[in-house]
Design a protein around this ligand. Structure first.
Ligand code: DC
Length: 233
């Protein structure tokens, strides 16, 4: 039985560059669900912390500051817009520097506590596809559908490098591999909510699969789950 008013919760976790964002967007579109990119929320929080010049070693100051932040995800003409304290920060949060800073600020308890609460509020009614690192383990351990999307380090770095080059950033594959390895380590070795596959998550390795192949399987599994839960209500 689906107990949530707007549908099921689909959790997609996995390391950076595994294709979560694209897959989550397309999956949400197909299901008529809302996409919640929790990585974008962590990035926006990191940007606000750095702009306000908050000392990341002073957890009291970080906590105080986190009480004042308001991060929203909006869909404008089919494009996701990230708003941090009212300002559109969509284009500022995707640089390699912000990626590394976010990997650091997302280890801080006050940051995680603030965003955890916001994410639970945003997704609690169901009808959502959430992507991140700890959705199936911490944010919604009771999500009806959980996926863990992964790919080899080389493949993820290759995709990231292509993405950044297309945006006009000058990066080499070697630098990108080093970044991916560093972020993987920071994300999976942190004390709070580390990147981990939930025991009941379905593992998908996208290294040799196209987006279409991955998506087709995931949509079928979600529809099947919705149907099964719907018919048992
Ligand atoms: O998915 P992304 O690359 O945009 O995520 C940016 C950073 O935020 C990444 O280093 C891990 C962190 N993050 C997290 O700790 N928990 C989440 N649920 C989502 C992202």
């Amino acid at each position: 039985m689906i107990l949530r008013p707007d549908g099921i919760i689909v959790a997609i976790d996995g390391p950076s560059g595994a294709g979560k964002s694209t897959i989550a967007r397309l999956l949400a579109e197909q299901l008529g669900y809302i996409q919640i990119d929790t990585g974008a929320m962590y990035r926006a929080a990191a940007l606000l912390l750095s702009r306000a010049d908050i000392d990341l070693g002073d957890l009291g100051a970080v906590e105080q500051f986190c009480m004042t932040i308001d991060i929203r995800l909006e869909l404008v003409s089919g494009k996701q817009v990230v708003r941090a304290n009212g300002i559109d920060v969509t284009d500022w949060i995707r640089t390699p520097e912000m990626s590394l800073l976010t990997s650091r600020t997302s280890t801080l308890k006050p940051v995680r506590d603030a965003l955890l609460k916001a994410q639970q509020q945003m997704g609690g009614r169901g009808g959502v596809v959430l992507e991140g690192r700890d959705i199936g383990t911490v944010v919604f351990p009771d999500a009806e559908m959980k996926f863990y999307l992964s790919a080899s380090v080389e493949e993820r770095a290759r995709r990231r490098c292509e993405e950044l080059t297309a945006k006009g950033e000058s990066v080499t594959l070697g630098e990108t591999i080093a970044d991916v390895v560093k972020r993987d380590r920071q994300d999976s070795e942190r004390d709070i909510a580390p990147l981990r596959q939930a025991v009941d998550a379905i593992l998908i390795d996208s290294s040799r699969l196209s987006i279409d192949e991955v998506l087709t399987d995931m949509i079928a599994m979600c529809r099947n789950k919705i149907k099964t839960l719907g018919s048992s209500s």
